[in-house]
Design a protein around this ligand. Structure first.
Ligand SMILES: Nc1nc2c(c(=O)[nH]1)N[C@H]1C(S)=C(S)[C@@H](COP(=O)(O)OP(=O)(O)OC[C@H]3O[C@@H](n4cnc5c(=O)[nH]c(N)nc54)[C@H](O)[C@@H]3O)O[C@H]1N2
Ligand SMILES: Nc1nc2c(c(=O)[nH]1)N[C@H]1C(S)=C(S)[C@@H](COP(=O)(O)OP(=O)(O)OC[C@H]3O[C@@H](n4cnc5c(=O)[nH]c(N)nc54)[C@H](O)[C@@H]3O)O[C@H]1N2
Ligand code: SF4
Ligand SMILES: [Mo]
Length: 713
């Protein structure tokens, strides 16, 4: 057997190193497993990717280019050759640029692969050269990222391997066992050594069940909890004054602010009893080292950026950054100071400055109504003004590494856009997803075992190299090669559109000048498969109280926030749901975190995983259920002003009252009535970074009787 080392491409903090066994006789991959020596992977893949070969060799893989033959949305296609597909795309592209301008072309992608080359590498070369409309890639992390940036300067975190040394671990708005499972064995080691593990979540997830304590919290209220914790830390003088004096700015102002956050006020907002908030704060002030792992779940709310910002203040107050295992982790991505310009070539734009649309407003971006298009422009903070001019309509859409018809907010509006007969849509995919059904041309892409890449993790410090293990399945091609061919057919003759994949990656690695990449070379990556960043071990990024912020300290008071139109001090921004809930007690707060066996909408079409998740369902509290005449297994209609979706009820004490949970992300076409939960998700932005509010969705829930949903239980 030939053994090939690779890196998992999925949008997951763990970025595992894997090994694939290939039968040299047949060239077929026969086994895949987690790399035993990789310190974070530690020999184990998750239940999803352990079956990666099943996905790569799936009978439903797209294996030839396709052209639409039926009406949009029906997914009826006929095979065409690569030459025909590329030539048609290039002709349409050049015509549009000529007739309507390059901004009439919109790119739409996210992290189907996090690889630097198959992700945005060659695609950005093409779109930069074209001058196409740019995309604000805001669907996941932008609110929290901005909250971290204001407070700490970057998304820099302790080495997650050092969680082993923590004696208090808060898993705050993160379902570790589902979405960051390789952190769990490290937490278990800490736990064996006496650490206390606490989960703060509106849902008693499998992680909460495995922890020492579950702190149920109303969704979207974490910012208030953090203020309550600050209140106690300051009131009871559990503050590390030496660290604060050296490493923080704005402590006096923060004391005044925190004073306003009595525990009664915190209890009324969060639903956490005052005594419990007090106990949490005492633990946090006294147990050292204290590690907080937040994840993106708690920032998918109107006030999500501020919530992350408030939490990011906590370690400085108690001096947790001093110790190995202390601090807060949202993402490790800020430790990677990679210069991507050689791969993505922003210089090809010249001095053109195309508009940027927010990916969370795809429906509006595709609208022919200028008022709607104006709303689609990216606005990242309150002082970002809406442009006067909406710009011309979008006439062509290139989708890759993303399934917007299932994952984007305001699904009804997205589908109205995709349904436009005058829109030319190209989709690069592995499978016939919801989005593929609306395409004019479908291009079959390779999976990770079929192409080269480098993957930058966001949950640890090891850069990963991915080597292809097998030849492309069918006629599929890497995204890089697809965009290379389109660019050449468009007549772009820069050498960068002729460079092969390996050469691009090698040049990228060897061009890095940041000290964190000092000893990482292409040769080392080829030899080892992965390399730890050149940061000290142990890695204590803020131990000396220096932060990459404008003031050089942890900004408890942030002038940059003031300038952007925010309160410069930690404050609480209520979720959008709560205002509506206060007016109408029937409204419930819907969240839709990942189902355990899916990765966003990936794997949903693999039978093994769909069977594990059974069917699209809705968790609700027994009191909320009985008030509505809903029992376990009842078909329910979940509704708001955007429409309705049908789900099967699961009644459980494991979710806080007033909140309902619809695990995702099911393909819409595999859901009842062809709509998934994102039919109800609002396109509205979070407070910071123009992020999505997937977990801030007001809904009514009622029981259905057979086919028809009735108004009263
Ligand atoms: N198996 C699996 N793994 C994944 C993914 C997947 O789909 N499946 N997705 C990947 C991606 S793209 C991402 S971004 C990460 C996401 O990783 P996480 O951020 O960990 O994921 P979520 O499940 O979105 O949120 C985690 C928890 O937050 C809780 N939560 C929701 N709202 C609130 C709130 O307001 N406050 C608090 N305290 N908790 C709240 C949810 O109940 C959920 O248990 O995971 C990655 N890993
Ligand atoms: N309701 C609700 N909606 C959500 C979320 C939620 O928690 N709740 N989570 C949000 C979050 S955090 C995120 S990150 C987004 C994720 O949304 P997406 O980025 O769309 O993620 P996936 O649904 O996994 O779809 C990725 C697609 O890329 C394809 N793909 C993978 N690799 C390649 C490749 O090499 N080439 C090509 N051409 N295609 C490839 C896969 O086949 C898959 O269909 O969804 C968001 N939507
Ligand atoms: S999805 Fe995450 S946990 Fe699973 S193999 Fe990939 S990186 Fe590892
Ligand atoms: Mo995400």
């Amino acid at each position: 057997m030939r053994v090939v080392t690779g890196a998992c491409p999925h949008d997951c903090p763990d970025t595992c190193a894997w090994q694939v066994a290939v039968d040299p006789q047949t060239g077929r991959a026969v086994d895949i497993w987690g790399h035993a020596e990789h310190p974070f992977t530690a020999g184990k893949l998750c239940g999803k990717v352990d079956n990666y070969l099943e996905r790569s060799y799936h009978a439903d893989r797209l294996t030839t280019p396709l052209r639409r033959i039926g009406p949009k949305g029906q997914g009826r296609f006929q095979p065409i050759s690569w030459a025909e597909a590329i030539s048609e795309i290039a002709t349409r592209t050049n015509e549009l640029v000529e007739r309507e301008g390059a901004e009439s072309i919109l790119q739409y992608s996210y992290a189907g692969t996090m690889g630097l080359l198959q992700g945005e590498g060659m695609a950005q070369r093409f779109f930069n050269k074209l001058g196409a409309t740019r995309l604000g890639r805001t669907i996941c992390a932008s609110a929290g990222t901005q909250g971290m940036r204001y407070t700490l300067g970057r998304s820099v975190a302790p080495d997650p391997l050092d969680f082993e040394h923590a004696r208090l671990i808060w898993l705050w708005g993160t379902n570790t066992l589902t979405s960051n499972m390789h952190l769990w064995p490290i937490i278990q080691r800490a736990s064996k050594a006496g650490a206390k593990v606490v989960v703060i979540d509106p849902v008693r997830t499998r992680t909460a069940r495995a922890a020492d304590e579950w702190v149920p919290i109303r969704p979207g209220t974490d910012g208030a909890l953090a203020l309550g914790l600050m209140h106690v830390l300051i009131r009871d003088d559990l503050v590390d004054h030496d660290y604060v004096a050296r490493g923080a700015i704005g402590f006096e102002q923060l004391c005044e602010r925190a004073h306003e956050w009595s525990l009664d006020r915190v209890e009324a907002i969060t639903g956490i009893p005052a005594a419990r908030v007090e106990a949490l704060a005492r633990d946090y002030g006294r147990i050292k080292p204290a590690a907080i792992r937040i994840n993106y779940g708690l920032q998918r709310h109107r006030g999500g950026g501020m919530a992350v910002r408030n939490i990011a203040c906590l370690p400085a107050l108690v001096g947790a950054w001093r110790e190995r295992g202390g601090g807060v982790q949202l993402s490790s991505s800020g430790s990677f100071r990679l210069d991507l310009s050689g791969i993505e070539r922003p210089d090809l734009l010249g001095d053109r400055k195309p508009r940027t649309f927010n990916m969370n407003r795809l429906g509006e971006a595709l609208s022919l109504d200028p008022e709607q298009r104006r709303r689609a422009h990216l606005r990242e903070c309150p002082n970002d003004q809406a442009p006067i001019d909406a710009g011309e309509p979008v006439h062509a859409l290139f989708v890759y590494n993303c399934n917007p018809a299932a994952v984007a907010p305001d699904q009804g509006a997205v589908l109205r856009g995709l349904a436009r007969d005058d829109l030319f849509t190209v989709v690069l995919e592995h499978f016939a997803t919801d989005t593929v059904d609306w395409a004019d041309i479908v291009l079959p892409a390779t999976t990770q075992i079929e192409h080269w890449d480098i993957v930058r993790p966001y949950g640890h410090l090891y850069l990963g190299l991915n080597r292809p293990a097998i030849d492309p399945v069918g006629q599929s091609l890497p995204n890089s090669e697809i965009f290379r061919r389109i660019a050449q057919a468009c007549g772009f003759d820069e050498p960068c559109f002729h460079e092969p994949d390996e050469a691009i990656l090698a040049a990228f690695v060897d061009a890095q000048r940041d000290p964190t990449m000092a000893t990482i070379s292409w040769a080392r990556l080829l030899e080892q498969g992965y390399c730890r960043l050149d940061v000290p071990d142990p890695y204590l990024p803020f131990a000396d109280g220096e932060f990459p912020t404008p003031s050089g300290r942890c900004e408890l008071y942030s002038q940059s926030m003031g300038d952007a139109g925010y309160d410069p001090l930690p404050t609480y921004l209520a979720p959008a749901v709560s205002a509506e809930q206060a007016q109408n007690g029937e409204i419930l707060h819907c969240i839709s975190p990942p189902a355990h066996s899916f990765l966003n909408s990936t794997f949903v079409n693999v039978h093994k995983f769909a069977r594990r998740e059974k069917q699209p369902f809705l968790l609700l509290h027994p009191d909320d259920a009985s008030e509505r005449g809903i029992a376990d297994g009842t078909q329910v209609s979940v509704e708001n002003q955007r429409g309705s979706v049908r789900l099967s009820a699961r009644v459980t004490e494991e979710v806080v009252r007033g909140t309902v949970v619809a695990p995702g992300i099911w393909w819409a076409k595999l859901s009842p009535e062809g709509r998934n939960i994102n039919w109800l998700s609002p396109p509205d932005e979070t407070d910071m970074g123009a992020g999505a509010r997937f977990f801030d969705v007001p809904v009514y829930v009622r029981a259905c009787v057979t086919e028809v949903c009735v108004t009263e239980g």
